[in-house]
Design a protein around this ligand. Sequence first.
Ligand SMILES: Nc1nc2c(ncn2[C@@H]2O[C@H](COP(=O)(O)OP(=O)(O)O)[C@@H](O)[C@H]2O)c(=O)[nH]1
Ligand SMILES: [Mg+2]
Length: 275
Amino acid sequence: MGRLYLSTGGAYTIGMTGAPGSGKSTLTDKLIGLLRGSGNEVGVLAIDPSSPFSGGAILGDRVRMQDHATDEGVFIRSMATRGHLGGLSLATPQAVRILDAAGKPWIIIETVGVGQVEVEVAGAADTTVVVVNPRWGDGVQANKAGLLEIADVLVVNKADREGAADTVRDLQVMLELAGERDWRPPIVETVATESRGIDELWRAVLDHRAYLEADGRLERRRDARLREELRAIVHERLRAGADERCRGDRFDRLVEQVAARQLDPYAAADELLQI
Ligand SMILES: Nc1nc2c(ncn2[C@@H]2O[C@H](COP(=O)(O)OP(=O)(O)O)[C@@H](O)[C@H]2O)c(=O)[nH]1
Ligand SMILES: [Mg+2]
């Protein structure tokens, strides 16, 4: 991973997040089609927070994007989040980095926008697209989950269903209440299954990219991310080191001494932390 890093930096990442079933994979599939149509290669990382053995969503993603499965210009990787050392927040940038080093200029990261870590990971893309559906309260749910805060582009997918206009209005009101921002997230209505609104969605992504690239914002965003990643790596190593110290004979002996009131736990910790 260390060596790969030096060959990275060429990719632009797009995060797709929202509730399960909101249409992220279908939208991703359409965006892949659009990008391939203009000769661009694409890497896709579909992150499923459940176990690889429960299958469900991962199989769903595969089925949804199978049109592109045999296209050499597209690389789709489904990734379960369990079993990764350091969890999602470390595993995702690593996986993105591989696709980046492989020369994919566009990388789409699909994550379920449920849970703090998932939302953080989704917000770590260059452009974050938040997908909601026309359902009473869907926008409110997204707001509660912190998704509106990380949204650069808002999508009301399944606009073929009743209430899309109401949901757009709800989102507008919530954005206004959230106060002034340099970038006002555009709201795009889509019907992914019918490829409707996909061009508008892509236009919104490109507009946001142009905005970021205009005066060093993209660099600052990426710097902040690197800072976070470096911090996470150090945390992870220190945590592993701590686990290492908290087992074995020396640890057992100290526990006994603490239990016998010969030593207090703080002094025992001091001793464990000495080299
Ligand atoms: N009616 C309608 N159904 C859609 C639309 N987009 C996706 N779906 C369906 O919604 C379901 C979930 O879609 P999927 O892309 O797997 O959602 P994900 O879990 O967010 O990735 C699938 O059955 C899709 O066919 C849409 O715009 N309109
Ligand atoms: Mg999906």
